[in-house]
Design a protein around this ligand. Structure first.
Ligand SMILES: C[S@@+](CC[C@H](N)C(=O)[O-])C[C@H]1O[C@@H](n2cnc3c(N)ncnc32)[C@H](O)[C@@H]1O
Length: 334
């Protein structure tokens, strides 16, 4: 039975009995079934809420974003001591890690290398970008997190979901599902970059048709288009409270980091590199937003103009803007 079998649904589209993922990814899966071409880019074909591309260009951007996260955290994950404790070698079994919305698969591969005694599973709407051999202790599945994870109950020691909110319809329900996939004592890790932008004093920028920069215009348009599609784009602000409301979770923690988009301010070489990488990521992200904006009704010439002007602003460092990145974590009651 797959997740499209409504006979076992609990009424909100979530299956109530254990069911496998839609596909276990291997290169012989026909990508024409799971991907589609829209507005000149390749997108996933499972879920209309998530409308960023799933092609090589986007996966290269996600690889860069992965380096940004890793440099920002100084590690592959927040709450390092909790993660290392949960993934310590055990005599009786191999610890297991789950990554939801794995994108290019970079995090899964790096985790599989850092923890060779663990098994790591990556799940996404679209296949990962595997160049060369992936470590033998990792694998990938194609699935939609909105359908729930009845087949993964109490299996994982660490569960990670980073930058997935755009494709999640009901984020509190998603967090409850993730909590159910954890073994007692397991660690849940969440991370998101916000669509809200911040000024030089780190105050939220409010949108104005008259005075806003082109970057703000693009982000504002993207934010609204995601909302129209039902994505939980602003979930990160509420995530710690939602985690605290789940009875099976304890020791909720959170952290936030501001990073300038482009090196208009920096204290040291690490910060300069981070700001520079974020500028490149942002330029690529703007290109990735184009199908979403066109599907939301923007005319091609308006989208082209927004992209051109925002790109020039970023390349010439004409605007001093911060982006904010949020992390949250919790432990499943032992
Ligand atoms: C912005 S990318 C982040 C990728 C990766 N987590 C990272 O941090 O590099 C978001 C990913 O989440 C996936 N995604 C979004 N909604 C999803 C859903 N409902 N089920 C499974 N994957 C989803 C997308 O296909 C995309 O690959």
């Amino acid at each position: 039975m797959d997740h499209n079998d409504n006979t076992s649904s609990n009424g909100n589209g979530r299956p109530t009995s254990p069911s496998p993922s839609l596909y276990s990814f291997h290169s012989s899966v026909d990508e024409r079934i799971i991907l589609r071409e829209m507005y000149g880019r390749i997108l996933n074909n499972q879920n209309d809420t998530y409308f960023l591309p799933a092609d090589h260009e986007e996966h290269r951007r996600l690889d860069l974003q992965h380096h940004i996260y890793t440099l920002m955290l100084g590690d592959l994950y927040p709450a390092g001591s909790l993660v290392r404790k949960a993934l310590r070698p055990r005599a009786n079994r191999r610890p297991k890690v789950l990554d939801i919305g794995t994108g290019s698969g970079r995090w899964v591969i790096d985790m599989a290398k850092e923890f060779p005694h663990c098994d790591v599973v990556g799940v996404d709407l679209a296949p990962p970008r595997l160049e060369g051999e992936a470590p033998s202790n990792c694998r990938f599945e194609i699935d939609d997190a909105n359908l729930g994870f009845a087949h993964f109950r109490q299996q994982f020691d660490v569960v990670h979901a980073r930058a997935t909110s755009m494709g999640i319809r009901d984020y509190p329900a998603f967090l409850k599902e993730l909590a159910l996939t954890l073994r007692p004592g397991g660690v849940l890790l969440l991370g998101e970059g916000e669509m809200q932008l911040y000024d030089e004093q780190r105050r939220p920028l409010s949108f104005s048709e008259v005075t806003s920069s082109w970057i703000e215009r693009v982000f504002f348009a993207g934010y609204n288009a995601v909302k129209t599609r039902g994505g939980s784009i602003d979930a990160s602000a509420m995530t710690p409270s939602w985690l605290r409301s789940i009875d099976s979770l304890i020791d909720v923690g959170w952290a936030k980091a501001f990073i300038p988009i482009g090196p208009w301010i920096y204290a040291n070489e690490r910060d300069r590199v981070l700001a520079e990488m974020l500028r490149t990521n942002c330029l690529q992200y703007i290109s990735g937003l184009i199908p979403l904006l066109l599907s939301d009704g923007y005319l091609p010439e308006s989208v082209e103009k927004m992209k051109r002007e925002a790109t020039a602003e970023l390349q010439e460092l004409r605007v001093n803007i911060y982006s904010r990145w949020s992390f949250a974590w919790a432990i499943k009651k032992p």
